[in-house]
Write a protein that binds this ligand. Sequence first.
Ligand code: ADP
Length: 547
Amino acid sequence: PVSRPREKPVRLPPDVSQEDFETAVKELRGSIGDENVEVNDKDLVDGWYIEHPNTHDAFHIADQEELVSSATVYPGSTEEVQATVRWANKFKIPLYPISIGRNLGYGGAAPRVPGGVVVDLGRRMHKILSIDAENASCVVEPGVTYFGLYEEIQNRKLPLWIDTPDLGGGSVLGNAIDRGVGYTPYGDHFANHCGMELVLPNGEVLRTGMGAMPGPDGSDNPTWQSFQHAFGPSIDGIFSQSNFGIVTKMGFHLMPETDHQSYCFTFPHDDDFEQIVDLIRPLAQKRILGNIPQLRHVIQEFNVTGKRKADFHDGTGPMTRDEIRAAASKMPLGDCSWVFYGTQYGPPESIAAQLEVIKNEFAKIQGSRFFLPSDVPKDHYLHDRSLVCSGVPVLRELEWLNWVPNGAHLFFSPIAPTRGKDARTVHDVVVAAHKRHGFDLFPTLCVAGREIHYITNIIYDRAQPEMKARAVRLMREMIDECAAKGFGEYRTHLLFADQVASTYNWNNSALMRFNETIKDVLDPNGILAPGRNGIWPKRFKNKGWEL
Ligand code: ADP
């Protein structure tokens, strides 16, 4: 599947003839350069993380040729983004903006409407526009990756950290717009943004926050990266997980560097997690825990070693509990059920004092054990956690993909309150659904003081349509069953966006009706990412596009 020859011709944008498409492409080439518009008529190559496609979803869960673009555009400036948007309005061609497009597990670079034109902002707009060491902030263009920002800060020898997600190849801006998370105290990426510049669907440029006030003599406003809200309604939020604008610049707060200590605890029983969650809650609310810790099931120790499922298990069904136990007992952390990965920050004395409190709490669970990085071999995952949790981008989590041949993954990520019994409710739904559909279960709970991002990674073989269909059924059932109990997803793959959006339907879907009202005012031609996060402009609404 990874390099299957293309079967279908160029997928044209909806309601656009071949002739009009050719005219349109010619016109766009004339305005932003021949080399900056590529028609998607070649074989589709899934590539890999570093050489990922911008033509379709590399981790296709539908057919590889289902969610494809008609073309890719590479604007080089805000003005060229404006030109692209005006062009799209003229020809009624849907655009799908990406920054880097490594949003793997959530749809990658694929447009929600097949035949849409992908606006790949990362290729030419990848400048770090400023790093202000005193204010501890930066302004970046869409193509700046975590690796890129990290390297620049190292080159300039600035005492600043970035905050990276598990994989460092994504866009700082793109991840924040999609409300992704990382693991230092600045891990809520959208909460730590400060100011945006964006192009509205009608081609107008808008600056949010203090950027709405001009600086002296045409400069950027001096407070743009200092204060998020400015005057009047705070509108930044409506540009995250939406299709209301194309963000061309974004400011971020950076964390001043500090000492840190990563560590992990193991817990012996599968049923311990309720108590673990209840112990985390006060520690997190009091800010004794330094970051958002991860609580991972021990099965995840295996798939960050690059090992294959076939190394532990014969046949296609999920690993049995006994197999997991036997394999875990040969691993550095030994036989256990849950592994808690945490990090503390501050001066060494403060870290030592915090760790005492945390150890005393977790000692309440019989059989818990504590490990420092010095207690485990050099290649153990704890060392990578230590890097991620101190703002150093890594690629360790790619090892997941070895689990099955042609490995791809899909995230299921509901939010639950930080309470053992609520975590249990979600967990029970997820366990039963995985069992029904024969998938290994890989839960990671990112536990904050009041909410848990309960993230499971469904790993499937892209070459097996039957397995993909099963993964889709698994997702759909978990979404519905969790929603029936009041738990909803914080983010999802674009194929499930309609279903997830429809679960947020309080008061006759007042939220979606509000979003649609904004959408239709800002984007009357429905050109910007129709269907993203379930928001359909009137041109597409109720015409059979919803899934
Ligand atoms: P990353 O490579 O960082 O994982 P992407 O660049 O794929 O992330 O961005 C994730 C999603 O966020 C995209 O699919 C797109 O819907 C949205 N997005 C990304 N960049 C922008 C942008 N500059 N303006 C508007 N939406 C964006």
